[in-house]
Design a protein around this ligand. Structure first.
Ligand SMILES: [Zn+2]
Length: 319
């Protein structure tokens, strides 16, 4: 008679083959694997990797149905970001891993406000620039100490602009003066805080008024689809994908990186600090193995971990 243990083993084998028949990978990973089929421009001899943290603290407001994010959600997210940040920086230091940070100008100066004509004021938002959050604990809304920590990290980190107040540039209500104020204020405030900003990431990846970025000397941005877009004025990288330990395992990401190495393509995961859950030990179980894997492959010349500005320099050198 089959023992209980064998019984379970046989069941597991059957279950596995069933899973295999329906597709060995998750649907999300399958989509990612397809996206990295597009190779990098010829000037790059290997696959490329860039890991970006979109970092916002309490100022990462957005649309939820017909209203802004709730106060409760914003506070909850900001608390999680504040908790995870030191552990994440420690990981970058321990692994000597360089990442990019798409940060809001609000993190450098939370007080500056637009005039009425320049303010983001869609019908669904009550008060986009609500200052009540400044009554909370400082580490939920004042980004200056975070910026200092990013800048002084022993592994060099890149700072990109993510706009000033996380407005939705794609919203119908956004006029050119609204877009201009948000972009220019962000760039000015971040530069004023000694951040050498060369690239831009649109909030929620909703593009609009790109010519204003060009006017403001921004030469590279995160793009909108799986392809590179390279014009005289502006480089747009492939969009990349939202990486979360709730969706992928580190092995999924290894498989994706392996495919990118094979196709000589760009792997561009981006995250928000809120997804790094210390209770789930995401640092050790997810982010660390991924960073270490990239560095290991980089040491073998199979992939290059790059900043947006390094991408720009390489592309322009070949022209
Ligand atoms: Zn964002």
């Amino acid at each position: 008679m089959t023992s209980f243990k064998r019984h379970i083993q046989h069941h597991l084998i059957k279950l596995k083959s069933l899973v295999k028949a329906q597709g060995y990978h998750s649907p999300q990973l399958n989509e990612r694997l397809l996206e990295v089929e597009a190779s990098n421009p010829d000037c790059f001899e290997t696959a490329l990797f860039n890991f970006t943290v979109d970092f916002e603290l309490i100022w990462g407001n957005g649309r939820e149905g017909d209203r802004d994010h709730s106060v409760q959600r914003r506070v909850e997210y900001a608390v999680k970001q504040a908790q995870a940040f030191p552990a994440f920086i420690k990981l970058l230091e321990e692994t000597r891993f360089s990442a990019s940070w798409a940060v809001l100008g609000k993190l450098a100066n939370y007080d500056i406000l637009p005039s009425e004509d320049e303010a983001f004021n869609p019908a669904w938002s009550k008060n986009w620039y609500d200052g009540q959050y400044k009554n909370l604990e400082t580490n939920l809304w004042d980004g200056t100490s975070y910026l200092e920590n990013i800048k002084k990290c022993v592994a060099p980190q890149e700072i990109l602009s993510h706009g000033h107040a996380h407005i939705d540039y794609g919203d119908d209500s956004v006029t050119e003066s609204v877009a201009r104020w948000d972009m220019e204020t962000s760039l000015f405030e971040l530069k004023d805080s000694d951040c050498d900003v060369k690239g831009f990431v649109y909030p929620c990846n909703r593009h609009n008024y790109q010519h204003l970025l060009v006017e403001n000397n921004i030469k590279i941005i995160r793009g909108q689809n799986k392809n590179w877009s390279i014009t005289d004025d502006l480089i747009q990288t492939p969009l990349g994908f939202w990486i979360s330990p709730a969706i992928y395992s580190y092995k999924d990401i290894f498989a994706l990186i392996d495919r990118a190495v094979e196709k000589r393509s760009f792997v561009h995961p981006w995250m928000h600090m809120v997804e790094c859950d210390l209770k789930q030990d995401d640092i050790e179980n997810f982010y660390r193995p991924i960073f270490e894997y990239v560095l290991e492959l980089e040491s073998k010349g199979k992939i290059k971990n790059v900043s947006f500005d390094e991408i720009r320099q390489t592309l322009r050198k070949t022209e």
